[in-house]
Every structure is written in C-alpha cells, then in structure tokens.
Write a protein that binds this ligand. Sequence first.
Ligand SMILES: [Zn+2]
Length: 365
Amino acid sequence: MKITKRAVLAGILACQLGSVSAAEKGGDPYIEGFEAYANEVRSYSDVLTEALHSYAGDVAKVEKQAGYIGDVLPIPQAVKVTDGVYTVVGSMIWHNPANFGLNNNLSFVVFKDGVFVFNAGANAALAYSLHQQIKKITDKPVKWVAVENNQGHAYLGASYWYDVGVRNLYSSEMANDQFHEAFPYIKEEWSMRVGRAITRSVRDVSDKFKTFNGEMKIDVGGGEYVLLKDFGPGHTPASTSAYVPSRKLLFTGDLGFNERMPVFFQYTDSYAWQDSYANMLKQIPADTKVVPGHGTPSDMQTIKHQTYDYLVYLHQQVQKVVDDGGNAEEVEQIDQSMYKDRPVFEQAAKPNARHVYRELTGGDF
Ligand SMILES: [Zn+2]
C-alpha cells in the first residue's frame, strides 16, 4: 500500500519533471522553489509555467548526474594504510554539524579494475568529498561500494554513489532490509543531529544493493578479490566486514573499535559481539592490518585489545556483581578507569555496564 502510493506520487511528479522522479530528486530546495514559482504563475502564463517546470527538471537531471553540487567539505586527509589502501579517519565523538556526520571511517582500495569503497558516508556532501580525495590518488573509477551496517554513516551516502554511476553496491541482506525499513527514521535522526540541508538529498537506494548472507566474494581484477563477511551480530544485528587477503587487510566494520570506547545501543547484543569477534579472530590471520569501524588503522592485536578484551572484561565484572546479588547501580561502580582516556568514555562506560546487566538479568531494554 505504502509502495503503491509512493509510486503513484513519483509517477505524477515524473510527468512534470521529465525522466527524474520525485524520489530521485531528493527534495532539493532550489528545485522546489522553482516548482512553486512555476505553479504560482500558472494563472497568467501557461508558457512560463511550462518553461519553469522544464528548467527545474533540467536542474534536477544535472544534479542527479553530479550526485552533489557544492563545496568539498574540510574533512581529514585520507591516511595510507598499506599499498593502495587509504582511510579517512572519522571523528571519535558523536555525529554533529561540526563533523558533517563523519564519525566513522570511510575507506578505499585501489585495484587493477577500479576502486573499492568501504562505507558510503552519512550524506552526499561527504561521499563527494571522499570521491575528490580518491580522484587525487587514482584516475580509476569507483566500481564497488560496500557498507558496514545499517547505520546512517555507513549507508545514507549510497544514493550519491549510485547517482555517479556505481552499480555494484553491497550489504549483508539483513542490514539492507533493516536500513530500508527504518530509512525515514534514520534520515530524520541524521537530519536532526548533523543538519537538514546536508542530509536532505539522501535517498533510499537499498533496492539497488547486491546482498549476501554469510559471505560473498567480489572479483576486483588483477587476480585479487574482496571477501565480504558477516561474522555475526554485535554492535548491530548484522554487519559487513571486508577482507582482502592479497593486501593482508581487514575492514572490521563496527565489530572493531580502536581508541574510541565501544558503544552499546539498544539493539546491541554485547555477548553476541564477543562471539562474533572470536569468530573473526579464528578466520583472519594474526598479521593482518586492520581498519576498524571507529578509530585509527592498526593491527589485529591492538584492535582485539581495544574491543574484544574490553567486552570480555566487562562481561566478567558484571557477572561477578550479578552473582553477588548486586543491582544496576552497583554495576556502575565497576572499575573501568583503565579506559578513561578513550574518547566518549564518560558517555559510554556506565551505560555499557548497565546494558550488560540488563542483558544478563533479562530486564527491559
Ligand atoms: Zn558505526
């Protein structure tokens, strides 16, 4: 029913705008202004009305081809991880207007046949800004984009990549379904936190994604491949990691955190996270370089220490409190001071302990 109504509306507006549908247009204020103006002048000139509508349609088409029209954002320079591998390390704090929603890592790998991008970015402006950095490093086209999970900073920029011609978009099936289901809420949340103007043009392109369960191998030319893996639930119910054996490289997605404290959301299953991490450790060689979901690139040992060991420690400590008949207030007193220098420690430490307590005791989330 919902889809039918949207399709009808898109159909009506598509007639006015030539080949660009309402959904594809993404609610650009400039184009909307011209449409409103076109309708206002209808009472005295059909010719002018039609001319303005066709102008709005032309602008929409140009915008759609460009993916984004505007300035390159002042985001950090991509750091080189290893040969042909780069990552823009996002802010370690919450998404906000000052970091444009760049608070995860946006990465890319240059292969023989093109560029593989890991994470779409939180909006078209960010995706475009990353794209400009890629173009300075290689003249090869972006051919593949994979997203780590269903969160806004992984996914919302996907419509930009689709608009500029990328047709190989990848996500685990469950994350793709969840993103599609929650798209209006995710877009609203990122609009509220990061800014309405910057988020406005993003569209739900989940129907353009190639999805997988478990794993998927992407041939990227030159005898190399990217192995997309869902090692299991954790920070989010489904996630995508990307392993490139030829470069000894792993993008953990949000299974791996460096520096920044791991953060538990309502939907986070911290015990499953520990299991999924252990599953990943079993399959990935110890000498692999790691780009985590959050924080700077490092190695398997460091990211394990910063993520897995923290989960193990917290689980053990909360279990002790529960075994001694302690309550939610007491788990807050668990000593996490050895992590106090990690970004968002204050916001994460006590809520994380309470979260684990609720998981153990079956209380309401
Ligand atoms: Zn994330």
